[in-house]
Design a protein around this ligand. Structure first.
Ligand code: ARG
Length: 459
């Protein structure tokens, strides 16, 4: 018979049993469920709601179940619906009547909220850990490539010269905000719901603070209906995960582009690439493409749960059981993606000479010619126009700006002098951009140092 079978005259339809049972995915919550139950039972004992001996028997029973699950000795049953009732049924089977006292002053509604909160807290910490490892790799690479000049793009058209270090540090900053976003979200997950019962609290003199403390929560819920019926903490986690995936995906897109023969700025290691079944010459950046692809999947997890939640009246509704698969799927996906991305980035080979070669074409220093004229007293708008005409002239002549003779320069403005050549050398163009936040090696060194200090605090 079902744990809730008292009021029923008929067995559940088999198809319904399969349909509403969630054990095939929520078994993942077994550890959180057992730890939560141990804390609840200990508190019931201390408050005299059950005897201390009963509490001890329950806790020992639960510990035995935890060990057996971890040793792979337990097979869960669909008839028991979910992880909460599977464990309770196992407990009663093992310790008898006293096991039936565990659920005093508790509902599956506050229980499942507790378990998923514990799970989400751990998930957040795991993702922060992976992001920190990624940040370390980025800092190392940036340190090595402070002087590696490459084209910077807007509209995917060559724009101005930057350094590879500066480009990589842009991602460092994005992932740093991702870490901070996750840390901030932790505050809102870290609230203990037990004691809220099904929706309206409970009549037993529970010590909610004690349970919170035992389970490592900073605080308890102020409203029992809120505690059992919101899933905003999962949504917030999935939002953070979606933003991280979006950052990863953009990075992957660049690495894919950069590994084409047309760019050849990077080459993925053989161990992170795959071949084609028909074209023998191919070496494909499948890993980066798959991460880019899986981004859609994590967005899907977020949208699925947002949609599930949008029309639900307070308090608990069974729809909310649909929170778990997006949570689990989102977590596994982002974990795998981050971990494999770190490996890929560590083994990637950069080709600074190709970056420099590409930066030397395409009039990437045209702004610097304009700035040169401004320096000689010409208003910026006029300077812009002069250089525009210069570039057009170069295109017609098949030359770049560095290749023009002094005579040619003079045809466009008589303020041009010999020092123009130095002013537009790529290295000088980069070095001059030394404001905080700029690409010059000195500015990037400061950003790296600041990043290292931040990272040290995190470890
Ligand atoms: N498996 C359920 C879920 O995940 C547990 C809560 C069930 N509560 C209920 N009243 N049916 O949402």
């Amino acid at each position: 018979m079902k744990l809730w079978g008292g009021r029923f005259e008929k067995e559940t339809n088999k198809e319904v049993d399969d349909f509403h049972s969630s054990i095939h995915f929520d078994y993942r919550l077994y550890r959180q469920d057992i730890l939560g139950s141990i804390a609840h039972a200990t508190m019931l004992g201390k408050q005299g709601i059950i005897t201390p001996e009963e509490a001890q028997t329950i806790c020992q029973g639960l510990e035995g179940i935890l060990k057996d699950i971890e040793d792979g000795k337990i097979e869960f049953s669909t008839a028991c619906e979910d992880i909460h009732m599977n464990i309770e049924a196992l407990l009663i089977e093992r310790i008898g009547q006293v096991g039936k006292k565990l659920h005093t002053g508790r509902s599956r509604n506050d229980q499942v909220a507790l378990d998923t909160r514990m799970y989400t807290k751990e998930a957040i910490c795991e993702i922060i850990g992976l992001l920190i490892s990624l940040e370390e790799v980025l800092l190392e690479l940036a340190e090595k490539h402070k002087d590696t000049i490459m084209p910077g793009y807007t509209h995917l058209q060559k724009a101005q010269p930057v350094t590879l270090a500066h480009h990589l540090m842009a991602y460092f900053e994005m992932f740093r905000r991702d870490v901070e976003r996750l840390e901030d979200s932790l505050k809102r997950v870290d609230i203990m719901p037990l004691g809220s019962g099904a929706l309206a609290g409970t009549v037993y003199p529970l010590d909610r603070q004690m349970v919170a403390q035992q389970l490592g929560f900073s605080t308890i819920f102020r409203n029992s209906m809120d505690a059992v019926s919101d899933r905003d903490y999962i949504l917030e986690f999935l939002s953070c995960a979606s933003i991280i995936m979006m950052h990863l995906s953009r990075f992957c897109e660049e690495l894919i582009l950069w590994s084409t023969d047309e760019f050849k700025f990077v080459e993925m290691d053989d161990s992170y690439s795959t071949g084609s079944s028909i074209m023998p010459q191919k070496k494909n950046p499948d890993v980066a493409e798959l991460i880019r692809g899986k981004t859609g999947r994590v967005y899907g997890d977020l949208i699925a749960l947002l949609t599930t939640m949008k029309g639900l009246p307070l308090a608990y509704n069974k729809d909310m059981q649909e929170d778990k698969e997006p949570l689990f799927d989102g977590l596994v996906t982002i974990k795998n993606c981050l971990s494999i991305f770190i490996g890929m980035l560590k083994t990637i080979r950069f080709y600074p000479e190709n970056m420099l070669k590409q930066a030397s074409r395409g009039f990437i220093n045209a702004t610097d010619v304009a700035d040169y004229l401004v320096n000689k007293g010409i208003p910026f708008r006029d300077a812009h126009n002069i250089v525009g005409r210069l570039v057009l002239y170069c295109i017609h002549q098949g030359k770049v700006l560095e290749e023009l003779t002094m005579e040619e320069y003079k045809q466009f403005s008589d303020v041009f002098q010999q020092d123009i050549y130095e002013a537009i050398s790529l290295i000088n163009c980069v070095n001059r951009r030394s404001l905080p936040g700029g690409p010059s090696p000195s500015a990037v060194s400061q950003a790296i140092e600041e990043g290292c200090n931040w990272l040290k605090q995190k470890k």
